[in-house]
Design a protein around this ligand. Structure first.
Ligand code: AMP
Ligand code: MG
Length: 353
């Protein structure tokens, strides 16, 4: 009797055991033996940290680094041979697939943001010394002359042929969208490898891919604009599954990232295309959470320029496409309702609905 009961239990638990072994084998294959690979890279003027979990983590990150360097070489304004520099010099050309894609996304974000995001801002960036030269404060006359050619609607671009023409005074700067695009591309590249998850921090543009080996949530700190707090809050996300689409970007723009001080005034690197001056919208920091890294990056720059009211209006017109964490000059913190439950902070915050 006793023996029969015992053997019956074994018989019933054999299928369950087999299922467990198969799941364990699959997880082991996917994540390796829980091993992680990581790389530190300096590219696109910033330090980047890449970590991948899985059997092919090393190979995947080697490819990721190559992809980042390839995009940097296309977009770098500091390199006279980059595609963007050649275009800025020649004022016309047939765009590579990457640049054509980025231009189309930039046009879309320019339109969405009512012109707050404008990649033709480069001559103004140069005038302030943010393009590698000496920092200086250009006068109003100089800025108004330069602003006459800050207007993406004056670009002549054919989607069919990929050909771009622009006025001779115009120059492009993909600095507000390039890192997000690189993070997005890396997430796409990682999907070709046997890895379970990855976290990519491209100088504050964070992209998470897949899930963690132990199944715990991804946690991303939202940067704080001042030293008083280590971070504004923590975003937590469950893992994602499903190949290249299984990622999430968290991108923050803030004037505190790059600035100089002159005669007691702070001048930062995100320019309001209406004035040619560092944007003064009342926001100190704008974070965009979105499954599309390119959109997250372009929008974070745009929303920082747009300020609270215009940002909320934009979000209400695009509910479900992206979420926001906004911090203003009064020290008020706001989070859009899609992040309710994913965001935790020691500060009080208001939910935007
Ligand atoms: P981010 O850190 O993503 O907000 O990008 C800031 C960078 O975007 C600057 O360093 C410039 O290269 C570029 N930029 C500045 N102002 C604008 C603007 N209004 N629209 C588009 N790009 C901008
Ligand atoms: Mg940006």
């Amino acid at each position: 009797m006793g023996n029969r009961r015992f053997s019956g239990k074994v018989c019933r638990s054999i299928p369950a055991l087999l299922v467990c072994v198969i799941i364990a084998c699959l997880l082991l294959k996917h994540y390796g033996t829980g091993k992680s690979a990581s790389r530190s890279v300096f590219a696109m003027d910033t330090y980047m940290e890449l970590t991948a979990y899985g059997a092919e983590g090393e190979e995947a990150l080697d490819r990721a680094v190559l992809e980042i360097r390839r995009i940097d070489e296309l977009l770098s304004t500091g390199n006279a041979d980059s595609e963007v520099s050649r275009l800025n010099a020649e004022k016309e050309g047939v765009l590579s697939e990457d640049l054509g894609y980025l231009l189309e996304r930039s046009i879309e974000i320019n339109e969405m943001s009512g012109g707050a995001f404008d990649i033709t801002i480069y001559p103004v960036m140069k005038a302030w010394g943010f393009a590698g030269g000496e920092f200086r404060v250009p006068d109003d006359e100089e800025l108004s002359e330069l602003l006459a050619y800050v207007d993406m609607s004056r670009l002549k671009y054919s989607r069919e042929s990929g050909r771009l023409e622009m006025p001779r005074q115009m120059e492009l700067d993909f600095g507000g969208i390039g890192k997000g695009y690189a993070a997005q591309r890396v997430a796409e590249v990682l999907a070709e490898y046997d890895i379970g998850g990855a976290i990519l921090n491209l100088g504050g543009n964070v992209q998470i891919y897949g899930s963690k080996p132990d199944g715990s949530e991804w946690k991303i700190a939202v940067k704080s604009p001042d030293g008083a707090l280590p971070y504004l809050g923590i975003l937590s996300f469950e893992g994602f599954s499903g190949g290249a689409g299984s990622s999430r970007a968290v991108v923050t723009s803030g004037g505190y990232e790059r600035y100089f001080e002159k005669d007691g005034e702070i001048y930062h690197h995100i320019i309001d295309p209406r004035t040619g001056k560092p944007s003064d919208s009342g926001l100190v920091s704008a974070t965009v959470v979105c499954s599309d890294g390119t959109l997250a990056d372009g929008l974070s720059t745009a929303i920082f320029v747009m300020g609270y009211d215009r940002a909320v209006e934009l979000w209400r017109g695009h509910k479900g496409e992206f979420e926001l964490v906004l911090f203003d000059e009064q020290g008020k913190l706001y989070v859009t309702e899609g992040l309710d439950g994913s965001f935790a902070s020691e500060l009080e915050y208001e939910i935007i609905r």
